[in-house]
Design a protein around this ligand. Structure first.
Ligand code: PNS
Length: 160
């Protein structure tokens, strides 16, 4: 059985992430969407909220599991019997960081493979940070994230 892992911060999940989730789910038997619990980084959404938003946005995908992890991704992957990491590549600017991460993961665990799915061009400028920036100034993010995510993101900044 091929188990793939799509790791990220997902703070919050965007349409670009969802596109990668949908496409990756077709390539593996089980896709684990793994949310990093990162105490060094302040997040807008709590872990519970991020899980819920992904669950709500990916209701129609049958072979996904949404999990959280802390520490090294390769350790989590080993624990889950997964040897495939999937990441989206938006532009050349993503490449250096992704290449470094893939090399490090391979070095840490030689059986670990990373595959990159090229982001659909219509999502190539999307990032969770950009969504937060726009929403923080009251701008509409409806075109970039599922409705529930847009609603919850704007709510976060209301009254600031
Ligand atoms: O959505 P992001 O923030 O680009 O995702 C980054 C993520 C979670 C994939 C990456 O930070 C990660 O895997 N962190 C866990 C720590 C780790 O394993 N680091 C080794 C690779 S350099």
């Amino acid at each position: 059985m091929q188990i793939g892992i799509y790791p990220g911060s997902f703070d919050p999940v965007t349409n670009g992430h969802i596109d990668i989730i949908k496409r990756s789910a077709k390539l593996v038997d089980v896709l684990i969407v793994a949310i990093l619990q990162n105490n060094k980084k302040t997040s807008l959404f709590t872990m519970e909220e991020r899980i819920k938003l992904i669950e709500e946005s990916c209701k129609d995908i049958e072979n996904i599991q949404i999990e959280t992890f802390s520490g090294l991704l390769v350790d989590f992957a080993k624990e889950k019997n997964a040897n495939l990491i999937i990441r989206g590549l938006r532009a050349l600017t993503d490449f250096e960081y992704e290449f470094q991460m893939a090399q490090m993961n391979k070095h840490l665990h030689n059986d670990m493979e990373t595959i990159f799915l090229v982001t659909d061009v219509k999502y190539s400028f999307l990032s969770s940070s950009a969504i937060k920036e726009v929403a923080s100034f009251g701008g509409s993010v409806c075109d970039f994230v599922p409705e529930i995510v847009a609603e919850k993101t704007l709510e976060k900044y209301k009254g600031e």
